[in-house]
Design a protein around this ligand. Structure first.
Ligand SMILES: [Zn+2]
Length: 254
């Protein structure tokens, strides 16, 4: 089973395979509700904040985006390291609730983790994204390559909600009126933001671009202090807490 199209990484026109974003083993093996911005802001009651409504994707988050070669290779090279990092993120989210100011040590393969994150951004973006980011294509398709051009930055945060939000790169007007070029994958329990020649949409996001400086077999202790950022609306980069969102919905009721 598949779908004909252009592979988001290598650009070949072929039969595409379903790419889970994030990988299925990283808590993405259950149906998800794709929250829909109109639904959230035309909601007639505040319940929608805690019970997201929208289209249900039974396969878990993802789409037919990659050829089988890109899907299998990147999964084999980076998948396990990414799942491992994700599990550590889940454990961490409990500690962060207790002591938000503490650094937590991740024991990970940093290069593999960030290369899997890049693969996820290829899938989250359109099938022409690869045309303008050939250096990223080479980076993910050559197992041992490392290094990230400074125009690209990758950020992470903890998302402890069940809400999933994904947006491709575009010149986005952020909810606060700013204009920034970024893409977001707000998955559970870790979310990611990729910026292109732009500051991050929120100063609390933690820059993990330096993971790309490691080598493929580097296994490192990396201390990180990750914030838990709320994800309530469908606006990319919107991490306003529930008590700021709720009044907006109540205003809509009239
Ligand atoms: Zn491909």
């Amino acid at each position: 089973m598949g779908k004909w199209g252009i592979c988001h990484i290598c650009g070949e026109e072929t039969q595409l395979t379903y790419e889970h974003v994030p990988p299925r083993a990283a808590f993405n093996d259950k149906p998800i509700v794709l929250a829909n911005i109109e639904k959230i802001f035309s909601a007639d009651d505040i319940e929608v904040l805690d019970t997201p409504r929208g289209r249900v994707n039974q396969k878990g988050a993802g789409a037919y985006t990659l050829c089988s070669t890109c899907n299998n290779n990147t999964g084999a090279w980076y998948g396990n390291a990414f799942v491992d990092w994700t599990y550590q993120g889940l454990t961490l989210s409990d500690h962060v609730l207790q002591a938000p100011s503490l650094y937590h040590i991740f024991r990970i393969f940093p290069l593999r983790v960030i290369k899997q994150v890049l693969c996820m951004f290829f899938s989250a973006n359109g099938d022409r994204f690869h045309e303008v980011h050939q250096d990223l294509v080479r980076l993910v398709l050559n197992r041992l390559d490392n290094g990230l051009h400074p125009r690209i930055r990758i950020y992470t945060f903890l998302n402890t909600s069940s809400r999933f939000r994904q947006t491709g790169i575009s010149g986005l007007m952020t909810f606060d009126g700013g204009h920034k070029l970024f893409s977001e994958i707000a998955s559970f329990p870790l979310g990611y933001v990729m910026t292109i020649n732009s500051p991050p949409p929120d100063p609390r996001l933690v820059d993990i671009s330096f993971f790309a400086n490691c080598r493929f077999n580097d296994w490192k202790d990396i201390p990180l202090r990750l914030p838990i950022l709320p994800v309530y609306t469908a606006f990319p980069g919107d991490y306003r807490p529930r008590d700021e969102i709720a009044p907006l919905l109540q205003r809509n009721e009239n």
